[in-house]
Design a protein around this ligand. Structure first.
Ligand code: N01
Length: 551
């Protein structure tokens, strides 16, 4: 028996394991993939790169680690992140407690014993007082609704299940579905190699140039010298990681409070400055961008003007101009040469709103008005986000209550970390926490530390179980909804809202208040003796700091 079972060996699972070990607790990690890395293990598609900057998208818990690791570019590539996570696993000797290629299928709470019983698809069965879900927010691939897909005789490549061996598109006619962050990253890279690339676009998306470049060693040296200050900024949500501290300090305030009534030259000046600096930081340019529709429209107009300026063919440019949602309400994309790619003679855009798919046939895609012959299909069609990984397991809490049942009208949590009828079960970056609206590594570290502190508190006090109180869950969920409804986010029809999955309840899942406000809320909860949580003392207590050895 272990003190805790951790599900997932991505950034969250690894750090959770490291923290528990540091407390003298024992843990077993189950991971469906063949190695550590989580989302970065699976998403190895061409062009995969993080859109948070390297120096910020990394653990802060070890000063030695952050000083030692050398990043290459402003934005890290997927292979580089995977190497980094592998290095962390080795450096902190984490692999020995991880069982790979084991997908957890069920987790059931045994009330009499106050234990979670976890079962994997390989037949492992293990019990522990605590179960910590580190299953990621974007880890369940979504199968697109494309009739006849199974009949296609060419290669089918899903970006989020990309093969480990090299895929060669040279001389081939490739089609791609999906123009979210993934499609937008991979389209320019596939276009470089393929003979022909046809992009089947259902919804045009807003994308900002990454302005990626190799990191300047002098910049890195200065950044690392002040890492603690950078990390402090990140933890308060003041920095997306870009630039030096002076830039961060200046950008604490948006350049303009609103674009609604600002003169056009002023909007152009500010937006151009943010555009040329590059990255998702663009979204912090205008104070009320995510709460004022008129202000948002003017910034969206700026981006549409950029698209028209970059793309030579006016009809293609128009089709690429997003019109279905306010900018930022679907996750902003960050690209390298995305719009320029449409100026290549081997790239063709099909607007599916005008030319819907009738069927996928063995040799290509049948549209209402034409047939596109293809050798390969790439599917960049997204995820069942935030709740998908949790709900595909059979999780049962008190009285055998299923999580699926508890969340039938959408996820409800206390702080994104616990659900009332599921004692001793934690969700790292769960729905109701900043998660996908933040730098995930920053949120993961905060969530993991909070959970570890709770377990430390329980050990000190001799508590055996913890539950979120229903009233705390109700109040937090109401606050999450209230905050979201005060913004434009719910207008996006995005995966944040579950809108990409048929039949999924439309509930805005992440906490929009920012990592700083969220962190303060957690600190206030802890300071008030973990307000909103109910602790019980009976049966056995957690193992002593020296740790009980696991079976
Ligand atoms: O998925 P998405 P993603 N026919 O859901 C289209 C993170 N991420 O993998 O909008 C035709 O955004 C769908 O069209 P529509 C990031 O948080 C991070 O790109 O539903 N098209 C859409 O265009 C991101 O937001 C990085 O009309 C179909 C696309 O598929 C999240 O992952 C990199 C279709 C799905 O877009 C998800 O991004 C990459 C159909 N039947 C991703 N079904 C970083 O850099 C779906 N689509 C860190």
């Amino acid at each position: 028996m272990f003190d805790a079972i951790i599900v997932g060996a991505g950034f969250a699972g690894l750090y959770m394991l490291h923290r528990l070990r540091g407390m003298g607790l024992t843990a077993r990690v189950y991971e469906a993939g063949g190695d550590v890395g989580g989302t970065w293990y699976w998403n190895r598609y061409p062009g995969a790169r993080c859109d948070v900057e390297s120096l910020a998208y990394s653990y802060s818990f070890s000063e030695e680690l952050q000083q030692e690791w050398e990043w290459t570019d402003r934005y890290p590539t997927q292979p580089e992140i995977l190497r980094y996570i592998g290095h962390v696993a080795d450096r902190f000797d984490l692999r020995r407690d991880i069982r790979f290629e084991r997908r957890v299928e069920s987790a059931r709470f045994d009330e009499a014993e106050c234990l979670w019983q976890v079962r994997t698809d390989q037949g492992d069965q293990v019990r522990a007082p605590f179960c910590i879900m580190a299953t990621g927010c974007l880890s369940v691939p979504l199968e697109p609704d494309l009739p006849g897909l199974a009949d296609f005789t060419g290669g089918i490549y899903r970006t989020n299940l990309w093969p480990h061996e090299a895929v060669h598109f040279g001389g081939r006619r490739v089609g791609i579905f999906g123009t979210g962050s993934t499609g937008i990253q991979s389209i320019p890279v596939i276009a470089d190699e393929a003979a022909q690339l046809t992009v089947f676009q259902r919804t045009a998306n807003f994308s900002i140039p990454a302005m990626n470049a190799p990191l300047d060693p002098e910049f890195v040296r200065e950044f690392k010298a002040r890492y603690p200050e950078h990390r402090a900024h990140q933890r308060l949500g003041l920095s997306m990681g870009s630039g030096d501290l002076e830039v961060v300090a200046r950008d604490r305030k948006p350049a303009l409070s609103t674009a609604e009534s600002a003169p056009q030259e002023e909007i152009d000046r500010v937006c151009k400055a943010y555009w040329s600096r590059g990255g998702a930081h663009f979204m912090t340019s205008i104070g009320d961008l995510m709460s004022n529709e008129a202000s948002n429209r003017r910034v969206a107009d700026f981006v549409r003007a950029r698209i028209r300026a970059i793309v030579n063919d006016p009809a293609t440019a128009e089709a690429l101009c997003p019109t279905t949602h306010p900018i930022g309400t679907k996750r902003i994309c960050v690209d390298t040469n995305y719009y320029d790619t449409y100026n290549r003679s081997n790239v063709h855009l099909i607007d599916l709103r005008k030319h819907p798919v009738k069927a996928i046939e063995p040799g290509g895609v049948r549209l209402a008005d034409r047939f596109v012959e293809l050798d390969d299909l790439v599917l960049a069609t997204g995820f069942d986000a935030m709740t998908g990984a949790l709900l595909r397991m059979d999780i049962r809490g008190l009285g055998g209550r299923r999580l699926k049942q508890a969340w039938r009208e959408g996820p409800r949590t206390y702080l994104g970390l616990m659900v009332p009828d599921f004692p001793n079960l934690f969700t790292v970056t769960g729905p109701g926490s900043p998660s996908v609206l933040s730098n995930m590594v920053v949120s993961i570290e905060q969530n993991v530390n909070f959970i570890a502190d709770i377990l430390g508190h329980m050990r000190e006090q001799g508590y055996r179980s913890i539950r979120a109180k229903p009233e705390a869950e109700a109040a937090w969920t109401a606050q999450v909804n209230r905050l979201a409804n005060a913004t434009l986010y719910p207008k996006g029809g995005s995966w944040y809202l579950g809108a990409n999955v048929e039949g999924k309840p439309r509930v805005f899942m992440p906490y929009v208040g920012g990592v700083g406000a969220y962190r303060k809320a957690c600190e206030a909860v802890a300071a008030e003796n973990y307000r909103g949580f109910d602790f019980q003392r009976s049966p056995p207590a957690l193992s002593s700091p020296s740790g009980t050895q696991g079976a």
